[in-house]
Design a protein around this ligand. Structure first.
Ligand SMILES: [Zn+2]
Ligand SMILES: [Zn+2]
Ligand SMILES: [Zn+2]
Length: 928
């Protein structure tokens, strides 16, 4: 007797080098090196050469700090789309960009230098330091994005500080200036009297300050109807902590829906919000006062006029506004549009004048009336005494409150309107459509994804005030106009614009601060008003939103591989206020056309409890850390799985779940790979010769491709994830592949049955790896490189492999219908098996025999299936035809266990040569 036969060696057990454990954090860099060597970005464009263009135009992140979960999500999302489009045959160039100018970088550099150095540094030197800072972070972020698997032209990105980019700003400015959309106006900003400079919000420090707190009465020019019969004069009472702003008062704002009453105090009737009467009385120390019976809404007093409190013979107007608070003061707000943000906005709304009598150094000009020449801080007590003398001071005290201070000199700052450049929303040159009108029209021509986002952008553009594009900073692109030194007139013509464009293309915007205008402007350029030739370049720089906005011209128009409009802009929902809008307005302003065909918006990143991520809450997650721990593909799978139409949650639990889902998808691929070690396309089985169950699997695969492709096309990426995950877990792991194991491992290696199964596995592998490639960019490449050479064709990377299509057999519909019934029966059988196992009737399902009594229609389908028991993973399955309802009985299986395939079979011993084996195994072993 020979040794006990080694049946294991006669089995076709799975074999693969593809590791179960992903070790993404350490293995992903190998893929990066592979792509670098391949020059994957260049090849991704070449592979579709001559095909249609599809451009996703990158919105530039700010070149300051490391990337966060929001920027990571956004970039991965873009990469997913670009890779999908490439695989669909489009030429899809992706040029990453960075926003390099702006106040946060300048402020960071200023802080690093310190207040002392800031006093002496030149604007040109400050700009050099800002440039170094920005370029350093461009490099850091580029490395972080690449590590996430993002593919793009990282060797030649667009930077808003590049010369050609800077010149693009002038092209748009010129076009919009010529079309009458740009004008000079005034707007209040934080201003430091000591430093003679404008301050941005980030340069403001709040600390407590003791201020005057005064109540002042303004006499109505005509008595309001409600108090027409009352004795004495009627006044509206205001409260302010900045007496020095009273010379600039032009209006009093009331809450439209609040109740206002007249209070008799001595000879006067004082009008104020009913809710605040007691409080004012206490402040003013009134012992004897009477609230008159009439009560009116703020809106009923609107339009009445009163005597301006400082300037004799002038009047102000009563208006209403939603910013009026009824917790302090009188409910009647002193309004000076040149000295406050709310005042400015309400002033714009009502078309109020905007006097601004304070000079750069904080002293009053003639507009200060009796206080001309005084510094505003010195003027405060003088004004209070002056009001007291005049008899209009109702009460005066002191208040300690939080007040803005200059970060440099620590002195309190003021709000002061200065000359600024604006884009007009509603005014344009003769024959040119106003910006708001053409922008609204352009919005209607763009596809907004998700659909509701059109409402957001529409209402923002419909309601927005004129766009203030001036910033009083150093680090940015100057507003490209000149002023006449002699008379102050603006000098801006096509010739001066063209000269600036030419200069900046070569030397960049830095030249603005170094060269004299006479060096580059055409000879003879002169002031149109006085003929003066001494011209001064504008000091203000452009709003950074303008700068990034003109990328449609500085990037899409300028680079040969791109074009305007782009197919898509894709950013977070905050960009309806930011880049989407600045891109739209500058494009419509210059060309009457939107810069994009579609705009996709995604939600904000929040933590597991839906809270915004912030350092102070301590709930931030760094994508760099996640990549180092779990790998970039887990970040990418998380991004794909999120429903981006709402806020996107991330937490370590969510990432753990994502890792688990990743593991299941990976293991499915591993199973496919491990059963194809002896397969090549020459061994494929034709549809008609396939085992029917395999034809069914091909139908499900074709259906998967259709579902997943549809989800990609409809930008429903979370459904891409859902379909693929469900297919791996439900269709494959718990059914098809589970059933297939016996046939794959125990049938003859080269049998039709096994080759039929392998034909399906090969199709699944080469199809699914491409379906997941845009998302799991690293893993799909790892799979691709592990696939049998013949399956890969000539695509060196899965990214170049194109999109899969799966042919379906002619009888697909019949197969689908039959298997729907089989699956329904299987569900009942599985339940019955579970119950039997619970009751101890059987052990494993492989040790059971099921007797299925079924109506004729169902039984017919079951009887047509060869190896029916395999479908239920049982030893035997018997069909009884003709019962009214489906019924399943579970019995212990008959026969004995085959030592090769471990199945219980009734034909064990039927073969004389191998009496211990089942018939199938005996045949296989005999053939070896
Ligand atoms: Zn200061
Ligand atoms: Zn002039
Ligand atoms: Zn066997």
């Amino acid at each position: 007797m020979a040794d006990k036969p080694d049946y294991k060696s006669t089995m076709n057990l799975p074999k693969t080098d593809f590791p179960m454990k992903a070790s993404l954090a350490t293995r992903e860099p190998e893929r990066l090196a592979f792509w670098d060597e391949l020059d994957i970005y260049k090849r991704s464009l070449e592979v579709n050469e001559g095909g249609p263009l599809w451009i996703l135009h990158d919105g530039p992140p700010y070149a300051n700090g490391h990337i966060h979960m929001g920027t990571a999500f956004n970039k991965v999302f873009k990469d997913l789309i670009v890779k999908y489009k490439t695989m669909r045959g489009y030429v899809s160039p992706y040029v990453p960009g960075w926003d390099c100018h702006g106040q946060p970088i300048e402020h960071q550099v200023e802080r690093n230098l310190g207040p002392q150095a800031m006093k002496t540094i030149s604007r040109a030197d400050l700009r050099t330091k800002c440039r170094e800072w920005a370029l350093e972070f461009v490099k850091i972020q580029a490395d972080e994005f690449k590590r996430l698997g993002v593919r793009g032209d990282f060797d030649d990105p667009y930077l808003t500080l590049n010369h050609a980019y800077e010149a693009g700003n002038v092209r748009i400015f010129k076009a919009m200036y010529d079309r009458g959309m740009i004008y000079k106006g005034r707007k209040p900003i934080h201003w430091c009297i000591r430093c003679h400079t404008a301050l941005a919000e980030a340069e403001i420090e709040y600390s407590d300050e003791v201020s005057d707190s005064i109540y002042v009465k303004f006499e109505f020019t005509d008595k309001p109807a409600a108090w027409a019969e009352a004795q004495g004069q009627v006044h509206v009472v205001i409260w302010t902590t900045t007496p020095w702003t009273l010379p600039a008062n032009v209006a009093v704002t009331l809450a439209p829906d609040a109740d206002y009453v007249g209070v008799r105090v001595g000879d006067d009737v004082l009008v104020m919000a009913e809710k605040l009467v007691e409080q004012v009385a206490k402040e003013a120390g009134w012992t004897d006062f009477e609230v008159l019976p009439h009560r009116v809404k703020g809106s009923e007093l609107a339009g009445l006029r009163y005597k301006q409190p400082v300037h004799d013979g002038m009047t102000g107007v009563i208006i209403t506004g939603d910013h009026v608070e009824l917790s302090t003061g009188t409910g009647a707000v002193h309004t000076a549009p040149g000295h406050g943000e709310d005042d400015y906005l309400v002033g714009l709304k009502f078309g109020l004048p905007m006097p601004m009598p304070v000079r750069d150094d904080g002293t009053f000009d003639a507009g200060g009336g009796p206080f001309e020449g005084l510094n505003v801080w010195d003027a405060n007590p003088v004004i209070v005494e002056w009001l007291r003398d005049k008899g209009t001071l109702v009460a005066a005290g002191k208040i300690s409150h939080s007040y803005p201070h200059c970060w440099r000199c620590k002195q309190p700052v003021i709000f002061r309107a200065t000359e600024q450049w604006f884009v007009s929303m509603d005014k344009a040159a003769e024959g040119v459509r106003p910006l708001r009108e053409s922008a609204m029209d352009a919005i209607s021509k763009v596809e907004w994804i998700p659909g509701w986002s059109v409402n957001r952008i529409s209402s923002m553009v419909a309601d927005r005030p004129d766009w203030c594009i001036s910033r009083q900073r150093a680090w940015g692109v100057p507003i490209p106009v000149f002023s006449c030194v002699r008379c102050g007139e603006t000098v801006a013509t096509d010739e001066t614009f063209d000269a600036v464009i030419k200069l900046w293309e070569v030397e960049g915007a830095d030249s603005w601060f170094i060269r004299k205008p006479s060096e580059y402007l055409p000879e003879g350029t002169a002031c149109p008003s006085c003929g003066g030739t001494d011209l001064k370049p504008e000091d203000d720089i452009l709003d950074v939103w303008w700068e990034s906005g003109v990328s449609h011209t500085s990037v899409l128009d300028a680079r040969p591989e791109l074009r305007r409009p782009a197919e898509m802009y894709l950013e977070g929902s905050d960009q309806h206020r930011g880049w989407f809008q600045s891109g739209l307005l500058t494009s419509v302003g210059a060309y009457d056309e939107p810069p994009f065909r579609s705009v996709l918006t995604h939600g904000f990143i929040v933590d597991g409890d839906g809270r915004k991520m912030s350092k102070s809450l301590g709930n931030t997650i760094s994508p760099v850390d996640v990549v180092a721990k779990s790998g970039a593909d887990v970040v990418r799978l998380w991004a794909c799985a999120a429903d981006y139409g709402q806020d996107i949650s991330v937490s370590s639990e969510i990432l753990d779940r994502t890792s688990e889902a990743y593991r299941r998808i990976r293991n499915t691929f591993r199973f496919l790979l491990s059963n194809l070690y002896d397969w090549d396309p020459a061994k494929a089985v034709a549809f008609d010769d396939m085992v029917e169950f395999d034809r069914y699997a091909m139908v499900t695969l074709a259906d998967l491709v259709e579902r997943v492709t549809k989800a990609y096309e409809e930008w429903r990426f979370h459904m891409v994830y859902r379909h693929i995950y469900d297919y791996c877990v439900v269709d494959l792991s718990s059914f098809y592949l589970d059933v297939l194991k016996d046939r794959l491992y125990a049938d003859g290696a080269t049998s039709l049955e096994r080759r039929s199964a392998q034909t399906v596995l090969a199709a699944m592998l080469s199809t699914m790896v491409r379906l997941v490639a845009p998302v799991l960019t690293f893993t799909s490449e790892e799979i691709w490189q592990s696939m049998p050479d013949a399956l890969r064709g000539d695509a060196m990377s899965v990214q170049l492999a194109g999109w899969p299509t799966v042919e379906v057999p002619a009888d697909a519909d019949r197969v689908r219908d039959d298997y729907r019934i089989v699956l329904e029966v299987r569900e009942v059988v599985t339940k019955a098996l579970e119950e039997a196992r619970g009751a101890g009737t059987i052990g494993k399902s492989q040790e059971a025999k099921v007797v299925i009594s079924a109506p004729e229609s169902v039984a017919k389908v079951l009887l047509g299936r060869p190896r029916l028991a395999d479908l239920f993973i049982t030893a035997q399955a018997e069909i009884v035809v003709g019962s009214d309802a489906l019924k399943v009985d579970v019995l212990p299986a008959q026969g004995s266990k085959c030592p090769r395939c471990w199945n219980l079979r009734t034909d064990v011993g039927s073969d004389a040569e191998h009496p211990e084996l089942c018939g199938r195994c005996a045949g296989v072993v005999a053939a070896i």
